[in-house]
Write a protein that binds this ligand. Structure first.
Ligand code: V47
Length: 386
């Protein structure tokens, strides 16, 4: 049990009382968490919540990220992934190539493919539905988590359909859930400075609200450590908490997890920025856990936080590490400049066990996946773990 009297920063004590009472924290309390120098108490508070929700379990999945194109109509300053049409290194994968990667992933034991790309200026909506159908037909048991809210808005424009109709068409073609990307920071000042040209926060929310209403689960991200302030990060968390409250009031479909993404400046237009420090990483992950009392999981995405810090984060509010990933093109730090960024199963388990926790393989919807000695999934209908 957390001992409030042992907290040395007096500003944290009333917050700790609220955390123990499971009451939602205010904006001012979120700021007090960022301002504190009592780091151990902040970590303990987040760990208390994480342990209450998940015990010593740490979730991971066997997945493949597939980035089908890096051609993008946008030019976000934080992004080193996008290329313009015809530019050196620009690519778009034919549908067959995406399907081939999915088949290899399935054969290697993956339960999920995570498919996202740039806003390609000339691919038609059929390309995306054909891609989903192709993967679903070849691998009926593979969960397809695909397309950020920004891509969904782009599809709505190119196909002249409402967001809702686009989601229905994608689900019909095989879409299982939406990833959390494209959220960046929900703030007009930051938007205009760093990702002008992208739709604003209201559109991101429109997509996730529509998805939840249709029974489609999704995730949520926040890109931190560039030009945003702690106050803007806390606003971002509160906006997510509000939509989650609204979604949970009407349907079980909601945000599965929140993923605070640590900004990697290299090769981007913001390459002159230092990027977040280890303390900003740890504080942001812990504060995400404390502010988002109605989102079950907080993911430390090892690709961006790095393996070392992600392991430490398991004691700072995080209960999920994403997964095996294998190929990742959006940032390349863990791949030493290449897209091959793979975390082997034995390494995930070793990291988790060394942190004194129990590794639990999950599927996209956080149901436990059990396997036999031959690596075949043995649970027919996986049990929900949180
Ligand atoms: O939307 C882009 C971010 C996101 C950089 O839903 C950058 O399970 C850091 O959303 N440094 C895509 N981040 C990744 C994403 C994601 C990742 C893992 C799991 C899930 C999930 C979602 O990457 C983009 C953007 O916010 N990003 N550039 C950068 N230089």
């Amino acid at each position: 049990m957390l001992d409030v009297a042992s907290i040395s920063d007096p500003a944290l004590r009333p917050i700790a009382e609220k955390v123990l009472a499971q009451a939602p924290l205010t904006h001012a309390e979120g700021l007090a968490l960022y301002a504190t120098r009592d780091l151990h108490s902040l970590g303990r508070l987040a760990h208390h919540v994480r342990t209450r929700l998940h015990g010593d379990r740490v979730y991971y999945n066997r997945n493949r990220h597939i980035n089908y194109t890096n051609v993008c109509a946008l030019s976000c300053k934080f992004c080193s992934f996008y290329r313009k049409r015809g530019e050196d290194g620009a690519y778009e994968m034919p549908v067959e190539q995406v399907v081939e990667i999915a088949i290899k992933a399935r054969d290697a034991g993956a339960t999920e493919v995570h498919i996202v790309g740039g806003l390609h200026p000339w691919l038609k909506f059929d390309y995306y539905t054909d891609m989903l159908r192709g993967v679903r037909t070849a691998c009926p048991d593979l969960h397809i988590k695909a397309f950020t809210a920004i891509e969904i808005i782009h599809f709505s424009r190119i196909s002249r359909q409402s967001v809702r109709d686009v989601l229905i068409a994608l689900r019909e073609a095989g879409l299982g859930s939406l990833p959390g990307g494209g959220a960046e920071i929900f703030d007009d000042r930051v938007h205009d400075e760093v990702f002008k040209g992208k739709v604003r926060a209201d559109k991101w929310f429109e997509v996730h609200r529509a998805a939840h209403t249709l029974g489609i689960y999704s995730n949520a991200t926040m890109l931190y450590g560039h030009v945003e302030t702690p106050a803007e990060r806390v606003n971002h968390f509160i906006a997510l908490r509000e939509l989650q409250r609204e979604s949970l009031a009407s349907s079980p479909a909601s945000f599965n997890c929140v993923i605070p993404l640590s900004f990697i400046p290299e090769q981007s237009e913001l390459g002159y920025l230092p990027g977040p420090t280890g303390l900003t990483d740890l504080k942001t992950l812990a504060i995400a856990r404390l502010m988002l009392d109605n989102i079950a999981h907080v993911k430390a995405f090892w690709i961006m936080q790095g393996l070392g810090l992600s392991q430490v984060a398991l004691d700072w509010g995080c209960d999920d590490l994403d997964g095996t990933v294998v190929w990742y093109d959006i940032t390349k730090r863990q791949g030493h400049g290449t897209t091959h960024q793979e975390l082997h199963l034995q390494d995930i388990k070793r990291l988790v066990r060394e942190a004194g926790k129990t590794p639990v393989e999950r599927d996209t919807l956080y149901r436990e996946v059990r396997r036999d000695a031959a690596d075949c999934i043995v649970n027919e209908a996986p049990a929900t773990v949180a």
